[in-house]
Ligand binder design. Structure first.
Ligand code: IPE
Ligand code: IPE
Ligand code: MG
Length: 227
């Protein structure tokens, strides 16, 4: 089989349960989760096939969480970006985002833009963080922008307008944490993704398990509707 793991997308789930199981506050799980983001990103940047790693960090539905947890996630993201810029530079990782970050604080938006600007020329890996991201919302916005211009809504035109489709179709979609659902993540681009659900909670995930998933992916028979 000749499957190429060009684009890997991960629904990073299970941080809260990881912490609760240890008698810790949920936010400790997010902290540990941020470490795993760094480790998995560095690993992917050294993988010869992987060009894009899209990570679901905050969904349009995650605003429903208690304000304290949302505020913590925002602070954690800000600190992560500040701290890890040298890691991205050292490993030649370009940082990108999908989702509507205009709802974030101006300081956080500034930090995000700074990170994008400082890494925009890197080519080893593009890491895309999905922030305030929702796939249905994104597809609806793309359709609405075509309608407003009086354009016909074709598959090709719609795809062009969907912000996240510029990173190409997803080859491997992983969800950690044991749930088997997509939670509004990359619905369009995952049309022919190979799906992997693991019980491992995100803070316990790592390069080794990623490698074994890539290995399993290599053995799958992707038909894309053919025979
Ligand atoms: C995923 O972990 C991280 C985010 C959604 C921000 P959760 O916080 O959803 O962890 P569980 O699912 O409650 O264990
Ligand atoms: C999906 O996890 C969103 C992210 C990983 C950012 P959730 O924990 O929010 O998903 P549900 O609520 O279990 O579907
Ligand atoms: Mg969850």
């Amino acid at each position: 089989m000749n499957n190429t793991a060009r684009h890997i997308a991960i629904i990073m789930d299970g941080n809260g349960r990881w912490a609760t199981e240890r008698g810790l506050k949920r936010v400790k799980g997010h902290e540990q989760g941020a470490e795993v983001v760094r480790r998995v990103t560095v690993h992917a940047s050294n993988h010869p096939e992987v060009e894009v790693l899209t990570l679901y960090a905050f969904s349009t539905e995650n605003w429903r969480r208690p304000k304290m947890e949302v505020d913590f996630l925002m602070r954690l993201l800000n600190n992560y970006l500040k701290k890890e810029l040298p890691t991205y530079i050292k490993n030649e990782v370009r940082f990108e985002t999908i989702g509507d970050i205009s709802r974030f604080s101006p300081a956080l938006q500034e930090q995000i833009d700074k990170m994008k600007e400082a890494t925009k020329h890197f080519k080893k890996l593009t890491q895309v963080l999905a922030l305030n991201y929702g796939s249905q919302d994104e597809i609806a916005r793309a359709a609405e922008s075509l309608r407003k211009e009086g354009e016909e809504i074709t598959k090709e035109r719609l795809e062009e307008r969907i912000e996240s489709s510029k990173f190409g179709p997803v080859d491997i979609l992983i969800r950690t944490g044991g749930e088997q659902r997509l939670s509004n993540f990359l619905l369009w681009q995952s049309a022919y993704a190979e799906l992997f659900f693991t019980q491992t909670l995100w803070p316990d995930f790592g390069p080794e398990e990623l490698e074994s998933i890539i290995e399993a992916f290599k053995k799958r028979h992707r038909r894309f509707g053919g025979i």
